[in-house]
Design a protein around this ligand. Structure first.
Ligand code: GRG
Length: 286
């Protein structure tokens, strides 16, 4: 199967599973389920759950063994986007070219839809224990890792730094640290969760974490370049391409992608899909 088809197939599997796992819109209170579904089915690329599936595959495991966790992480990602767009945070009226959650449902419901997706994300991760061959110990480890990677030392903390840092006095080290927390952390979690549920050893986990950190950093730098190329509204938040220029951003993201692929050496040809995903990030247009 070619790689484009691979991405498409997995995206379809994830979309179908999310539809199955989320409460129907008509379930009361209907408005919250509508709002959850509006953002979950708002046109996301599903990169994080695809990474979880691809990591399980590296260990010879099938989709079924990690799909609930993969979808749980996508729900948590969607929560972070809804809250990121709120008037009190980024104040963004649009997400993926469509009105953001608070513009459609009002601020109160948008906040609650984000909260509900965070809770549902954890619920799905726990429900991965319904897969017969999953060890309960590995589910507990993934729950602990999820709290760590989205908590104040990582994603949430990164968002706090994002609000506080001013472009004028930011160094490259500050920005790398911020992006590691704000963006790379959830990407690392997606990969580590797939690996933990598939029985990876410490050496394999270290190699995959390095891969996740490097593609995660590259992902945010590429996002910054796309924002500039697509003339997005300036949110006043730090942007790598704004501060260090497009040329430097391009070469830095290419270097990070090469380093990411290098860290997969121990897996030989088995990591072909993860290498393809890393390359795809450099060419994505949205
Ligand atoms: C509890 C207030 C509160 C917030 C949670 C808001 C937040 C913490 C974190 C936000 C972190 C954030 C939005 C990081 C940006 C990461 C990023 C580049 C998101 C876009 O990812 P894509 O391109 O999105 O994968 P799609 O649209 O494909 O789903």
């Amino acid at each position: 199967m070619n790689f484009k088809k691979y991405l498409e197939n997995n995206k379809n599997i994830i979309d179908k599973s999310l539809d199955e796992y989320l409460p129907p819109e008509e379930n009361p209170p209907s408005i919250i389920h509508k709002a959850m579904r509006y953002s979950v089915f708002g046109g996301g690329k599903r990169i994080r759950p695809i990474l979880t599936l691809a990591t399980a595959e590296l260990f010879g495991k099938d989709t079924k063994s990690v799909i609930k966790t993969a979808c749980g992480i996508e729900l948590i990602h969607t929560f972070s986007l809804i809250h990121d767009d709120l008037p009190s945070i980024d104040n963004d009226d649009f997400r993926r070219g469509k009105p953001s959650s608070h513009k459609v449902f009002g601020e109160a419901i948008a906040i609650l839809a984000g909260d509900a997706l965070l809770v549902s994300g954890f619920d799905l991760i726990i429900k991965n224990s319904e897969v017969k061959e999953t060890k309960k110990q590995s589910i507990l480890k993934v729950i602990k890792e999820t709290s760590f990677y989205i908590g104040t030392e990582n994603m949430l903390g990164g968002q706090v730094d994002d609000i506080g840092l001013k472009n004028e006095d930011i160094t490259k080290a500050d920005l790398n640290n911020l992006y590691m927390k704000k963006t790379a952390a959830l990407i690392c979690l997606s990969i580590r969760a797939g690996a933990i549920l598939s029985g990876a050893n410490q050496r394999q986990l270290r190699a995959l974490t390095k891969y996740g950190e490097n593609i995660g950093l590259a992902f945010q730098i590429i996002d910054d370049m796309l924002d500039i190329m697509q003339d997005q509204r300036d949110t006043g938040k730090p942007n790598y391409a704004n501060i260090f220029g497009m040329k430097e951003s391009k070469s830095e993201s290419e270097k990070l992608i090469e380093e990411a692929k290098d860290s997969l050496k121990i897996f030989n040809q088995k990591a072909k899909t993860l290498r393809n995903i890393a390359d795809y990030l450099l060419t994505r247009k949205k």
